[in-house]
Design a protein around this ligand. Structure first.
Ligand code: CA
Length: 491
C-alpha cells in the first residue's frame, strides 16, 4: 500500500472489520472461511457436449443440466485438446501442455517405461488451494499414475498389461480426503482406495459408480459432525465419474426407462453415423446409443443430487460449480468408436460454470483450452498471485466475470503415439475450421480440413480445395507448437 489514499482506505477497512488480511499480508483463516469460495468440480468421463438436452443436438434426457445451464456460463466452444483420459487430466491439474507436464499418453504399463505419469513436483491448482488453507476432496477416477510391478490385483490388470494403480499419499497434490482409483470400468461393481487404504486393500462396491460417488460427495458437502472436512475452512471437491464411458450396458435400468420404446432411428440424428448399421461404427451406434444416453441421464441425475446438497447446506451462493468432461465420444460418428480423434464429437465437451451473483448466466463461444482451466479457477477464487510460473494456460477469469478478456483465435489438437513425442497428429480448431495434420515415420503427411460452419458434421475433407486456408491454419498451428517446444515441428 502506497500513499495516503491507500492508507486511509486501509484504516477504513480495518475500522469496518472488512479486512481479511493479517499485518504480514497473508489472508487469515477466518477471512478465508468467510470469503474464499468453495469449488465443486464434477467431470464424467467421455461425455460429449452434444449430449446435453439444451444443446438441441442429441435427443438426450438431462433435466438437471438443462436447468443448471440456465444459471451458468456455458462455454459452447470448449474442447479437450488431447481428447483422451490421462493427458486431459494432467493438463487440467497442472495448467501445462503434455510436452511440459510429461503425461504424453494414457497411463498404463505400456507408457510407464517412458515416465508417463503426473509428476509429484508439478504444482497443481490443488497444491495452491491446500497452501491457502482449503480442505480438498477427490472422489472417483484419477488415472494419473503409472502402474508398477507387482501390479495391483484387479480385473483390468494382467501380468502382460496393466491399467489400474493406487495413488500413494505423497502423489495426491493436496487432496486430504481421497476416495479414488486409477482406471477401472466395471461401473456396477467399482473399486476405490480410501484416504488410508493400503495398496493391496482396495474397497469393492456393489453400486453404480456415479451414484456411489454422489453419496460420498453429499456427505462431504453436508459434513455432519465435521466428519469429512474442517467446517471452518473453504473446500474444493472433485467428483470424477466414469460413466458415460464404455462399457455402456453397465447402467441401472431406471435410466434406460427414460428411453423406453425409442429406436436407433429415434435416437441417432447425426448424418455422420451409418444408420444402416452395415459397418462396425454403424453397428456400434445402433447397439449402444440408447445405453450411452441412459448413462448420461444417470450422470445428470446424480449431479442433481450434489447440487441439491449444496442448496440444502446453504452453500449455493459461495460455491463455484463446474460441470465438464475429459473428452467426448464419437459413438460411431465417422466410423470412430470413441475419442482421441479431431472430430467434434471427440473434442467438444460440456463446460458449465455457476457462481451465483458473480458469473452471469449466458452462452459464450470462447475457445477454451484444457490448460486454461487451472489458472482460471485459481484467478476466480482470488489466488491469481499464486498461479505457478510454469503454468502455460491462460486465465479467463476476467472474461467469465465481466465478459471482457482475452479471446484465443484457436485451440490446439494433439495425439502422440506412445514413446514418440515428435510424431502423431497435431491440429487447430477455430470458430470456423478444424485442421488436422498427421505425421508418422515413413508415411506421407496427411492433411484434413473441415469447414465446421458449412459442414457441421465434418463430412468433407476440403484440404485440397482450400490450400490458402490450410497454409494460414498451419501457421497458427506452428505458433502453438513453437510455444510448446513440440518436437513434432522437427520430425
Ligand atoms: Ca477418459
Amino acid at each position: 500500500m502506497k500513499g495516503s489514499h491507500s492508507r486511509r482506505r486501509f484504516m477504513k477497512m480495518v475500522a469496518g472489520g472488512l479486512l481479511g488480511f493479517s499485518l504480514d499480508g497473508k489472508p487469515t483463516a477466518k477471512a478465508q472461511s468467510q470469503k474464499s469460495p468453495n469449488l465443486v468440480f464434477v467431470f464424467p468421463d467421455q461425455m460429449r457436449a452434444q449430449a446435453m438436452g439444451f444443446m438441441d443436438e442429441d435427443p438426450v434426457v438431462t433435466p438437471i443440466l438443462d436447468r443448471f445451464a440456465q444459471e451458468s456460463l456455458v462455454l459452447t466452444g470448449a474442447v479437450s485438446n488431447y481428447p483422451v483420459c490421462s493427458p486431459y487430466r494432467a493438463m487440467f491439474m497442472t495448467g501445462r501442455w503434455p510436452h511440459s507436464n510429461g503425461v504424453l499418453s494414457n497411463c498404463n504399463s505400456r507408457s510407464a517405461p517412458h515416465g508417463n505419469e503426473l509428476r509429484e513436483t508439478d504444482r497443481c491448482w490443488s497444491d495452491v488451494l491446500k497452501d491457502r488453507g482449503y480442505s480438498l476432496g477427490y472422489i472417483g477416477k484419477w488415472h494419473l499414475d503409472a502402474p508398477y510391478r507387482p501390479y495391483v490385483k484387479c480385473e483390468n490388470n494382467s501380468d502382460k498389461f496393466a491399467w489400474n494403480e493406487w495413488c500413494s499419499p505423497n502423489r495426491r497434490h493436496g487432496f486430504d480426503l481421497w476416495y479414488a482409483y486409477g482406471t477401472y470400468d466395471y461401473h456396477l461393481t467399482p473399486m476405490y482406495w480410501a484416504t488410508d487404504s493400503a495398496r493391496n486393500k482396495p474397497i469393492r462396491v456393489k453400486q453404480w459408480g456415479p451414484e456411489h460417488e454422489a453419496d460420498l460427495a453429499i456427505k462431504y458437502i453436508s459434513n455432519i459432525g465435521g466428519k469429512y472436512r474442517n467446517p471452518s475452512k473453504p473446500f474444493a471437491l472433485v467428483v470424477s465419474m466414469n460413466p458415460p464411458h464404455t462399457p455402456y450396458h453397465l447402467v441401472p435400468q431406471r435410466y434406460l426407462d427414460a428411453y423406453a420404446g425409442k429406436t436407433p432411428e429415434d435416437l441417432i440424428n447425426r448424418p455422420n453415423v451409418n444408420l444402416k448399421g452395415d459397418t462396425p461404427g454403424g453397428k456400434l451406434a445402433r447397439r449402444h446409443t440408447k445405453n450411452y444416453f441412459a448413462m448420461v441421464t444417470g450422470v445428470d441425475d446424480q449431479f442433481g443430487r450434489i447440487l441439491k446438497a449444496l442448496e440444502e447446506k446453504g452453500l449455493k451462493d459461495n460455491t463455484i460449480v463446474v460441470f465438464t468432461s475429459d473428452h467426448g465420444n464419437c459413438l460411431g460418428s465417422h466410423e470412430q468408436p470413441t475419442k482421441n480423434v479431431h472430430y467434434e464429437e471427440s473434442m467438444r465437451i460440456p463446460f458449465l460454470i455457476r457462481w451465483p451473483g458473480r458469473i452471469k448466466a449466458r452462452h459464450d463461444d470462447l475457445l477454451l483450452s484444457t490448460p486454461d482451466i487451472c489458472p482460471t479457477l485459481l484467478d476466480l477464487m482470488g489466488f491469481a498471485g499464486d498461479i505457478s510460473k510454469e503454468t502455460e494456460g491462460i486465465s479467463h477469469a476476467s472474461l467469465f466475470l465481466t465478459g471482457k478478456g482475452l479471446r484465443p483465435t484457436s485451440q490446439l489438437y494433439i495425439w502422440i503415439p506412445v514413446g514418440e513425442p515428435g510424431w502423431g497428429r497435431r491440429g487447430v480448431r477455430t470458430h470456423r475450421y478444424t485442421l488436422m495434420v498427421n505425421k508418422m515415420p515413413d508415411k506421407p503427411i496427411e492433411h484434413v480440413l473441415h469447414d465446421n460452419v458449412n459442414d457441421p458434421y465434418q463430412l468433407k475433407n476440403i484440404a485440397d480445395a482450400k490450400p490458402t486456408v490450410v497454409r494460414e491454419l498451419t501457421t497458427e498451428l506452428e505458433a502453438w507448437l513453437r510455444k510448446n517446444n513440440d518436437p513434432w515441428l522437427k520430425s
